[in-house]
Design a protein around this ligand. Sequence first.
Ligand code: SF4
Length: 315
Amino acid sequence: MELSQLQKDIVELKNQKDVTILAHYYQELGIQEIADHLGDSLGLSRIAKEKAKTKYIIFAGVLFMAETASILNQDKKILIPSLEACCPLANFLNRDIVNQYRKEYPELPVITYVNSTAEVKAESDICCTSSNSVNIVKKISKEFGVDQVLFGPDKNLAEYVEERTEINVIKIPGKGHCYVHSHLSIDDIQGVKEDHPSAQVLVHPECEKNVRDFADYIGSTAGIYSFVEEHHIDQKEFIIGTEKGLLERLTVDFPRNNFYLASDGLICEDMKKNKLETMRMLLKDLDNNRYEVKVPEDIAEKAYIPIEKMLKFSS
Ligand code: SF4
């Protein structure tokens, strides 16, 4: 892989300074190529806590991910290449909504998907990701001795969990969804399958139920990557029902296989707001606070508990 001059500048600056670059799989390929660590929400949370020993962390992802890194690393400076890279799914839930449900169901645990704001995490009993959500819901409901839980903000992930447990999953709120995954329609996916009948269909649990039911495998972003890693020798073709950045990664890492995006709409415009040019600029001026993500100490202290509990439960 030949790096561009811009990428070389970034790597050189990074090597001169005390910086770790974390990038989500949904970042453009050029950013993925210069990252120290690449992963999905759970993987990057772990790395931010356990492996990123530098003074500065540049988080190429969306705001809630950089907030999570800040919660786990209050002593470090967390920078994001675009402060406008938000996750609209996270914005479906706020502290008031959580507290409203808590009042109505005081005996039930609140589980929040990591795709949530720091203030929402601070009001939660435990966090989860798409890869550990089923286990987390089972374990926390057992700990509380209940057969129902409050879960937000993604309604499709909530349904997915409910289908795999004996637990009634109450969605908070009822309408939270990811605009990227939930817009993947059954017609889109059936159309691609008709063109490639022997391809296996891999989708994310944030997709709608009829799409999930059509899939051969449902998993988190890292789960889909691992599935391909495990099956790429016997299986030549895969239809990818998650964000395009993962398909680009898979195409590079498994050059003998064929990957088809389930829909042209599988692009998270928010993730793509991070640019290599801004990363170079950030690296030249790391003490500029304009791109810093700092969760206030009181919120970080409270939000640390449910994240830490999730990491313990899923280790
Ligand atoms: S893909 Fe969906 S869940 Fe992920 S950051 Fe974009 S909007 Fe949020």
